[in-house]
Structures are given as C-alpha cells and as structure tokens.
Design a protein around this ligand. Structure first.
Ligand SMILES: Cc1cc2nc3c(=O)[nH]c(=O)nc-3n(C[C@H](O)[C@H](O)[C@H](O)COP(=O)(O)O)c2cc1C
Ligand code: SF4
Length: 518
C-alpha cells in the first residue's frame, strides 16, 4: 500500500530544511522498503510548526511538526505513516485550533494540494469559478464582483468591481490585466504563499478578469526576491495552458487569455501601481501622475486592470459560490475575508484568514499566543511600513477599513508586525522616515526632501536639541508630506511617525502628549 506524505515546498518551509526532510523521508522509506508517495504541497501557514509534515490516513491527514531531518528515522519507528504517536504528532491537521478557528475562503486549498497539479486543483473546486464565468456575459461577471463587495487587498481598498467596470467600458484595441505581486510590505507573505502554494487560483482569477473586461493579455509582476514563487507560477501557467484553461481558445469558448510572469525591479516603490507600469514597460520605476487612471490608460497606454494577488485570487470563489456567499462574511463596507499575516515578535507567526471584524487582540493572543520573547507586547504595526503603530488601547477595534481609518490607522494588505516592550518607538519612527528616504522615487519634494529632513528632526528630538520646537517642526513636516505628496509613499510615511509620537511620547522624551497630538 502506498502512503501519501505531504512535505511543503513553500519558502518558509524550505528555509527551515523542508527539502532535507523530504529527501530523508524518501531515503528512509527506501531503506525500510515501504511505499511512500511524497507530495510537495503549499504551506498551511503555521510557520512555527514548519517543517509541517502530514500523512494521509483513513481518518484524515495527521500532522507532525516541526520536523527536522534528524526526526525522520524516529517518526518511521513510531509508525507515523499510519498516524502513530510521537512527540511531534499534532493530531488531525484540520483539528489544530489555529487552523480550525479560521475562515479559509481564499485560502481554502492552501497546503492541501499539489500547487502545480491541475487535476488536484480541479478536485478541490478549482476552475469552477472560471467555468461559471464562461456561462455569463462580461457585464454579469463584473456585477458579481461588484455585488460581492470585494475591495483591493493591496492596500488602498478600492472596490475591484468598479475598476473592472471601467476597463470593460473602455474601447481599445488591447486591454491588460496586471497582477501586483511585488509584496513589499514588511511582515507580509500572503501573496507569496498564494503563488507558491495555490498559483492556479491566481491564474483562474486573472483569466476571469480577462474575460470580464475584454483583456487578452495578463502580466504578473513578482517581487524579485521570490524565486520559488516565479518558478512555481511558470510551472502552473504551463500546466493550465496544456489543460486549456489559458490560451487562444479557453475551454473552446472562443475567449483568449495569455499570462506572462515578470520579475520585479527590487524597489518598494515599484509596488505602487503606476511605478509598476513604468517598470513593466522597461523604464525606471517612477510614479506617474493621475489622471489618467490606469483603468483608462495603463500598460502601454491601454486600459488596464491592476489588482493585488489576493484581490484576484478572491475572485474564483466569488464566481463559484456566488457574490452573496462571499458578501455574508465581514462587516460594514469591509466584505469577505482577509488573510492576515502575523509576524515580528510573535510566538505563533503565520497566516490567519478570517472575516473582517475580528480584533487585533484576538489575532495577537488567540492565534499568535503572545510575544515570542514572552515580554509584554507594546506596539503593533498594521498594514506594512506605511501603517500606523497601534497601541493596546486600540486592540479591541474591529479590523475593518473604516474603523481603522477613523483612528488614523490602516488595515492595508493585512500585515501585522509585533514589537514587545523593549522597542524604542522614536527609533521606529526614525526608521519610517529613513525607509521613505531610501525608497522614495524622488519625483516630488515633500517625500524626497521631507523624509531626509524627518530623520534629522527626529534625531534632534531624541538628543534633546530644542525638543519642543523640533516636535512642532516634525508635525508640520508630516502635515506637508501627508497633503503634498504625489503618492502614498510620502503621503503615508507620517502614519507610523505620528502614531509613534502620539501614543508613545515618553520614547521621544516628551512627558505628556503635546498640544497638537491627535
Ligand atoms: C509605495 C507603494 C508601494 C505599494 N506596494 C504594493 C505592493 O507591493 N503590492 C500591492 O498589491 N500593492 C501595492 N501598492 C498599492 C498599489 O499602488 C495599488 O493600489 C494596488 O496594486 C491596486 O490593487 P488592489 O486594488 O487589488 O489592491 C503600493 C502602493 C504604494 C504607494
Ligand atoms: S510620494 Fe515619494 S514615491 Fe511617491 S511620487 Fe512622490 S517622491 Fe515618488
């Protein structure tokens, strides 16, 4: 009898030796003359348990982790191929509380399938959304996306359906779908997990976007630091083409859609959609002024949908199960789910997909298990390097775009970076300005010059050179950057800076919040 063993091929697992574990299982199986089929799946997103090895048993998959090469012989001795008892036995994978408590819609297959197998994908609801889309008129597909309430998951939370509707209505000889897979935000990895663990879902979402808007060409602009994602995507695209889900005549429908993967330029600002287009066209990544909107004049001057990986990957389930199904998750104007990413100083880092409306406290303690250092958590940066530091007083707010905006914070791409009480918030504020100075595209003055001046002013505050005046100057500078920058790079750098000084004034040597504090 052949036993199926799953060993992730996700970068997070590879980083802790998953390849070595897979090779050792193979060698051990040969030596013991047992028949084992190893499937290199995506990660379940429970990173502290990687390498998480799963074994298919009649009762379901049994998980073992974290497994190292040195554990493999002992696992065989403990009959792990039939789910035997062992110190690393975690029980049925589906019963692990971290997974069981989640609402995995977009990530429903994550870690379950062979990422590049079309057959495995189809056996788990794959391509059901595309098949349904092929029975609808383009405007009906767009209406489904509009009705689902799906908003862009890349940061700005703009309704995806409105963008699609604009591109559908535009008249042009060529239209494009561009997937923003630059994933530059600190502490984020949901795009990478998708591309490495369930890339066909992105392929399907993009094909649906193409059919819905009349675009026949698609590009995926992938962060250059993601070689595994690039390789896996290319393999998945090849298999989808062979199976007729991409190409000149998708499943005999007459619709054409082709996909190309492009390696990004390696700059944070190239994740900004217009800089991304410049880069994709072969130029330096400099932000374009808007208008014209990319939906009307985007890639090579043609109407272009630009969406984040998770936005596009959320589309198949919306089409397969219907807009109402998706919309029933979430709260207010934040519909559906978000794959939150827990990182930084946290005991149980990983991927948590939940409907909008849960709180940061739930994520930090019910899922994350508190800080990795065991010290009290002091500050949590939500939404990447341009997101605010959220203090404990706000940890019970629902994670919802509007609720966060109301306190000067952002949900963004759902990245959550945790700091314990040893963090010096003045240094984190300084880092935000320094990051902006390094990553600025240089097109506008508030960002290019303001960020460098910001570092200097924070240094003067922390070294107590004319501190009260320098605090006023920093606020003034942040105001100029907020309102005078061309894009969110300069426009949002004040978020981490102001939240740090407002919520943690003592770290700046300020006794009490100054009179300008929000
Ligand atoms: C400096 C900067 C970096 C950005 N980086 C990314 C990124 O890495 N990935 C992403 O999806 N969006 C990023 N964005 C947001 C994009 O400009 C754009 O809003 C997004 O691609 C639109 O897709 P969505 O509507 O599906 O979110 C960035 C924005 C700025 C200002
Ligand atoms: S805000 Fe910064 S990154 Fe954005 S256009 Fe201006 S200089 Fe470039």
């Amino acid at each position: 009898m052949t036993t199926t063993v799953y060993v992730p091929r996700d970068s997070a697992a590879l980083a802790v030796g998953a390849d070595r574990v897979a090779r050792q299982i193979e060698a051990e199986a040969i030596a013991r003359k047992v028949d084992v089929r190893i499937v290199r799946n995506g990660s379940r997103g429970l990173f502290w348990l990687e390498t998480l090895v799963e074994v298919a048993t009649p009762e379901g998959r049994v998980a073992y982790g974290p497994v190292t090469r040195a554990d493999v012989a002992g696992l065989f001795d403990a009959s792990f191929l039939s789910g035997g008892a062992h110190a690393l036995n975690l029980g049925l994978t589906d019963e692990i509380p971290y997974l069981k408590k989640q609402e995995r819609l977009t990530f429903m297959r994550m870690g379950m399938t062979d990422p590049v197998s079309v057959a495995d994908y189809e056996a788990h609801e794959g391509f059901a959304g595309l098949r349904r889309a092929l029975t609808l008129a383009p405007a009906e597909i767009v209406q489904q996306v509009l009705d689902s309430g799906l908003r862009g998951r890349g940061g700005a939370a703009f309704p995806a359906g409105i963008k699609w509707k604009t591109v559908l209505a535009a008249q042009a000889p060529q239209k494009y779908i561009v997937c923003n897979a630059d994933e530059g935000d600190s502490g984020t990895f949901s795009d990478r997990m998708t591309m490495e663990g369930d890339p066909l879902m992105l392929v399907e979402g993009m094909a649906i976007a193409g059919i819905a808007t009349g675009a026949t060409e698609g590009y995926i602009y992938v962060r250059s630091e993601y070689p595994h994602a690039i390789a896996t995507l290319n393999e998945a695209i090849r298999h989808a083409e062979q199976a007729g889900f991409l190409g000149d005549d998708i499943l005999g429908s007459g619709h054409r859609f082709r996909l190309t993967v492009r390696k990004a330029a390696g700059a944070y600002v190239c994740g900004e959609e217009t800089a991304l287009l410049e880069s994709l066209e072969g130029r330096r990544g400099i932000v374009r002024a808007k208008p014209p909107l990319p939906a009307l004049q985007g890639l090579f001057g043609q109407p272009t949908v630009i969406n984040n990986v998770i936005t596009l990957a959320s589309v198949p389930i919306i089409l397969s199960r219907g807009a109402d199904f998706y919309k029933n998750y979430g709260m207010g104007r934040s519909r559906g789910t978000l794959p939150f990413q827990l990182a930084g100083n946290i005991r149980q880092g990983g991927l948590v997909e939940k409907a909008f409306g849960l709180t940061l406290r739930e994520l930090l303690y019910d899922f994350g298990g508190g800080s990795a250092s065991g010290r009290p958590i002091k500050a949590v940066q939500v939404g990447g390097p341009l997101g605010a530091y959220v203090p404990e007083a706000q940890w019970d707010l629902p994670l919802d775009y509007e609720a966060y905006a109301a306190v000067g914070a952002v949900v963004g791409h759902g990245g959550i970076v945790v700091h314990d009480d040893t963090a010096d918030m003045s240094q984190l504020a300084r880092y935000a300005m320094e990051f902006c100075a390094i990553e600025s595209c240089g097109k506008c003055t508030p960002c290019r010059i303001g960020s460098t001046r910001g570092v200097e002013v924070i240094d003067k505050i922390t070294s107590n050179q004319n501190r009260p005046q320098q605090v006023i100057l920093l606020r003034d500078l942040c105001d100029t950057m907020l309102h005078g920058s061309l894009c969110a790079m300069g426009g949002m750098t004040p978020y981490p800076v102001l939240s740090a000084i407002n919520h943690y004034p003592e770290d700046f040597g300020i006794e009490a919040p100054d009179r300008f504090a929000a």
